[in-house]
Design a protein around this ligand. Sequence first.
Ligand SMILES: CC(C)(COP(=O)(O)OP(=O)(O)OC[C@H]1O[C@@H](n2cnc3c(N)ncnc32)[C@H](O)[C@@H]1OP(=O)(O)O)[C@@H](O)C(=O)NCCC(=O)NCCS
Length: 227
Amino acid sequence: MRTQLWWVNPETFASSPAALGLLSEQERAQHQRFIPPQKRHEYLATRVLVRTVLGRALGVAPQSLQFVNNAWGRPELLPLAPIHFNVSHTDGLVVCLVAPNPEIGVDTERLVRGPELLALAPHVFAPQELSDLNELPACEQAQRAVLLWTLKESYIKARGMGLTLALNGFAFRFDADQVRLEVSPALGDDGARWHFQTQMLGQHCISTAWGGDFAKSEIYCQLTELA
Ligand SMILES: CC(C)(COP(=O)(O)OP(=O)(O)OC[C@H]1O[C@@H](n2cnc3c(N)ncnc32)[C@H](O)[C@@H]1OP(=O)(O)O)[C@@H](O)C(=O)NCCC(=O)NCCS
């Protein structure tokens, strides 16, 4: 199976009874609990995207899929299948990465968040990342902050352990077009076995992370209609 990166505009299924019909009873109840329409639509689009792409990949009905969270909240298919996924959602975009490898993570952020993330930099970036950031021309720093943020989140999410991973215990370094991960031995990992990719989609930045040495070949798809 090839790695697939899917995305959807959160408003796509906003008032669609067919989309709601794909959700479990528990998910429909959760959907109703969101008061701001924007968050409600984002929740629905996320569930629909995950269920539709996994249902297509496995050749089963999307509404038949069941999920279980790991100890840190990461959802996986139940029963465990040879296919894994990770999702990220933000204003205006929901993305889902699907792959045969369990060590995958994805994160998306709006580019407009650059100045805000730059202000948070001393609290969330590693010392090496901060010094590289400070060496950049001022006009490039906000975009680098978004890039770093999404890369760090993609790695955290691929490890599946949330913020139990110290944010300053690993650092992303940039050599020409390549991005490289340095991990402190305390985190029990080797940065060299990780691969990362970042792309811009409209006003959003998306970073993906995958561990191990399987041959990655990607497909990018937009979900525009139900199965
Ligand atoms: C889940 C987490 C890893 C990321 O959350 P986030 O960036 O706010 O949200 P995203 O939209 O990218 O991802 C949320 C999705 O990740 C998945 N997820 C939840 N827990 C996860 C975990 N431990 N590992 C991987 N994925 C997880 C879920 O599918 C969730 O969506 P859902 O609840 O709708 O199913 C969370 O632990 C977190 O808040 N992380 C750190 C925030 C931070 O300070 N980052 C600093 C970066 S420099």
